[in-house]
Design a protein around this ligand. Structure first.
Ligand SMILES: Nc1ncnc2c1ncn2[C@@H]1O[C@H](COP(=O)(O)OS(=O)(=O)O)[C@@H](OP(=O)(O)O)[C@H]1O
Length: 754
């Protein structure tokens, strides 16, 4: 999909058509195109068998029987309409079914209606004028030009997408105009959880009659939705806690235990984020014993958490206890990434537990009576009749809804809601509705959305609901305020050490697995979750005055890293160090040799940097690790796609090496760190090491270890030349970038570009 501004986009790519359907939000813009562009689009549509969808705009001035420029079609604008119907013989209909009449006024008073004067046109939708002085004949509000005149099919809408039926027709239009190339599947999966089946105050619970009504409703729904079963969550502690007739309702449910699906909850419906793993296990175990003693199946692999607590933001003990006690493989939540907007809800898999997005159906614990539905019953009915609930089912391949015991007692609001909406979907669509058990649903979901498997951890403090369901002992102050992102071999360890000397700055604890770096955002560690990450930082006692930071030099070139950092640490400052890229590559090569890397020992530096794409894999890998991080501009631009330049600073590593005091002073200003730390007194050039080192005592310094500031022979001329050629275009881009960001161009960069 491409949204076009003033000029037309390139329609083809290597003589392959790029677009399956052309849509004009305002059809007049198509009519007003200059001849050249219009011919171009028309030719494209004919050649690639692509059709056009256009929406008629509204104007203050009303047109009555006006001819549409260039078409045998007459329009009447600014109409108020009601009672829409569809032409069941129109070939566009696919997902949409000509279901009857949408009674009542259509949204807006600026509809355009069409009168064709050619056999090429087939009406798609009709409606009647609302104002009585018009003749009560049906008027065409959407029309298909089948292309008999100029070989191009066009679908014109006289109203916009505010009308729910048009949203369905629009999808069908895209499918039809692209000859099926842009079609969505007609399968829709719905799962309704009743969560929690024994939890509701006296008076709001189910009686035995309500349970029978639930079963009857389930049978009727099974006729419409193969496999339909209500999915009941239970907390055993509340069994038989209602009035006597409600206790009989609970018993009735268990008499019919095999007619439903079941999933275990917490024994006492407590929010998991408030509990330790041990406490969670006890809660779950009690509930499991209750299940065993009442013949409730315990093998669904599904569970949900009260108030979504612990699922997202992740409370690891919940996942641990779920796995251990119930062997949970799938759950659902409304909170990832945030509650609203609902259309952005996603799934993810964490530690082999599939978290599916849950939709909202408008039934909450406090919505008990149909006639007392908040803001009136008509709100519920319009949600069912083409509104939010209807569209949720139509536009989401998989919908998981949560309902509550209180929705099924009294006047059985939930039964009314689901039976009505399902019937309405059946009436107006050709969708194949299905219900399958949660585990299968999870597998289906990630088959449909493989890109969602990997989570993107957001910042819990960016959402007040998330803070409420995050453990008390956790705090966003335990996350870093800035990151030294690399790249490797540019002096990042020296910078890390100098920063850690500052009394107001606190560095991450070293990682035992990755030498000193945490390497959270770039590799597998990311999937260990943010609890794991936070363990690398002390809980700051006086948080506001401490600057936590982390240095992982591989973040710089990691493709996914900026996106992940942005999600968790949107306000973090970023520190980049650059040195001559060839020098960096050479240092890396010697680093690998010092670590006895067989490939580095086997090949000369020249062989590594000039290796072709047909070379052995290990050689190519080493070449890439040598050369890629030095494509500085490319990587910095990627970070700038996610962060404003004011959050990122670029340090010239040669300055850091030769004049660290000035660099550290500038960096303190960039980070707004107080109190100011006078590095002049704390850093001194060490002749033996050949670098600046930390002053320990008057006459004693502490330098970085042997692995930093290695001694190796200078680069030879052919190596230097190969590197200069390789980095030429990247260095040009770097110079431009630095100038744009108002940095002085480093002397080495100017030299390299000579
Ligand atoms: N003060 C001080 N002391 C020691 N070394 C210093 C210092 N300042 C900069 N350098 C240069 O840092 C190079 C190592 O860079 P990194 O620390 O980023 O390497 S690593 O990615 O963490 O392995 C290291 O590279 P080599 O000289 O190739 O060993 C040094 O040149």
């Amino acid at each position: 999909m491409e949204v076009v501004g003033k000029s037309l986009p390139l329609l083809t790519n290597l003589s392959v058509g790029k677009y399956g359907t052309i849509v004009f939000e305002n059809f007049e813009r198509y009519l007003q195109l200059d001849q050249w562009n219009k011919d171009l689009i028309d030719k494209y549509m004919k050649y690639y068998s692509v059709g056009l969808i256009g929406f008629m705009p509204s104007h203050e001035e009303t047109q009555v029987g006006a001819k549409l420029h260039g078409f045998p079609l007459y329009v009447h604008t600014n109409m108020a309409l009601e009672n829409a119907t569809l032409n069941k013989d129109n070939p566009v209909l696919r997902l949409t079914r000509a279901g009857g009449t949408v009674s009542g006024s259509l949204p807006g008073t600026d509809w355009t209606v069409f009168t064709p004067d050619s056999e090429s046109y087939v009406p798609l939708e009709w409606a009647y004028p609302s104002i009585t002085h018009y003749a009560q004949e049906k008027l065409c509000t959407a029309i298909l030009d089948q292309g008999a005149i100029d070989g191009i099919q066009r679908l014109l809408f006289g109203g916009n997408l505010e009308f729910w039926l048009h949203r369905l027709l629009f999808l069908d239009g895209i499918s039809y105009m692209s000859m099926g190339r842009l079609s969505v599947s007609l399968d829709r999966y719905i799962l309704v959880d009743i969560d929690d089946i024994f939890v509701a105050p006296k008076g709001n619970r189910m009686t035995a009659d309500d349970v029978m009504a639930l079963l009857e409703s389930q049978e009727r729904l099974q006729e419409l939705v193969p496999g339909w079963k209500f999915n009941l969550g239970f907390s055993g502690k509340y069994y038989r806690k209602g009035y006597p007739e409600e206790a009989m309702g609970d018993e009735k449910l268990l008499e019919n235990v095999d007619k439903f699906w079941w999933f275990g909850h917490m024994w006492s419906h407590t929010q998991p984020h408030k509990l330790t793993q041990k406490e969670l296990e006890i809660q779950m175990q009690l509930n499991k014993q209750f299940a065993w003693s009442h013949n409730i199946p315990t093998d669904s692999g599904y569970s949900v958490a009260p108030h979504h607590s612990g699922v997202y933001p992740v409370h690891e003990p919940l996942y641990d206890a779920w796995k251990k006690v119930w062997n949970i493989r799938v759950t659902s939540s409304e909170e990832y990434p945030h509650l609203y907007p609902a259309r952005l809800r996603r799934g993810f898999i964490h530690r082999n537990i599939m978290v599916l997005p849950r939709q909202t159906c408008g039934l909450f614990t406090h919505t008990i009576f149909i006639d007392k539905y908040p803001s009136g019953r008509q709100v519920l009915d319009s949600s069912i009749h083409g509104g939010e609930l209807f569209q949720t089912i139509v536009f989401n391949p998989i919908s998981i809804f949560m309902t509550h015991l209180s929705n099924y007692g009294n006047d059985r609001l939930a039964l009314y809601t689901f039976e009505s909406v399902i019937k309405y979907v059946k009436c107006w669509t050709n969708l194949n509705l299905r219900t399958i058990p949660p585990l299968q649903l999870g597998e289906k979901y990630f088959h449909l959305y493989p890109d969602e498997v990997d989570p993107i951890w957001g910042n819990p403090c960016a959402d007040h609901r998330h803070i409420e369901i995050w453990a008390r002992n956790k705090s966003c102050e335990q996350l870093p305020k800035f990151l030294v992102i690399g790249p490797q071999k540019t002096g990042t360890t020296a910078l890390y050490t100098f920063l850690a000397m500052h009394p107001a700055i606190v560095a991450n604890y070293p990682s035992p697995d990755t030498f000193e770096e945490v390497q959270f955002f770039n590799g597998k560690n990311y999937f260990k979750g943010i609890d794991w990450y936070m363990k690398f930082f002390p809980v700051p006692r006086n948080s506001s005055s401490k600057f936590l930071f982390e240095k992982s030099a591989t973040y710089f070139e990691g493709e996914v890293v900026p996106k992940r950092v942005k999600a968790l640490l949107p306000n973090a400052k970023l520190v980049v160090i650059i040195i001559p890229p060839g020098k960096r590559a050479y240092s890396w090569y010697h680093h690998m040799r010092a670590h006895h890397d067989v490939t580095a020992l086997q090949y000369t530096f020249y062989e590594v940097i000039t290796a072709g794409d047909k070379s052995p894999r290990p050689l190519r890998d080493l070449r890439n690790k040598c050369l890629n991080p030095g494509m500085y501009a490319k990587h910095i631009e990627r970070w700038l796609d996610f962060f404003p330049s004011s959050q990122l600073t670029i340090i010239d590593g040669e300055d850091l090496r030769n004049d660290p005091v000035t660099i550290m002073n500038d960096l303190q200003k960039f980070l707004y760190i107080e109190p100011f730390y006078n590095y002049t007194e704390h850093l001194r050039y060490d002749k033996r090491k050949g670098f600046f080192c930390q002053v320990i005592e008057e006459d004693k310094t502490k330098c970085l270890g042997r692995g930093k500031g290695r001694i190796y022979p200078p680069m030879n001329e052919s190596e230097a030349k190969a590197l200069k050629d390789f980095y030429q275009s990247y260095n040009v881009a770097l110079e431009k970038l630095m100038t744009r960001l108002e940095y002085p161009v480093p002397a080495w960069l100017e030299d390299d570009l000579q």
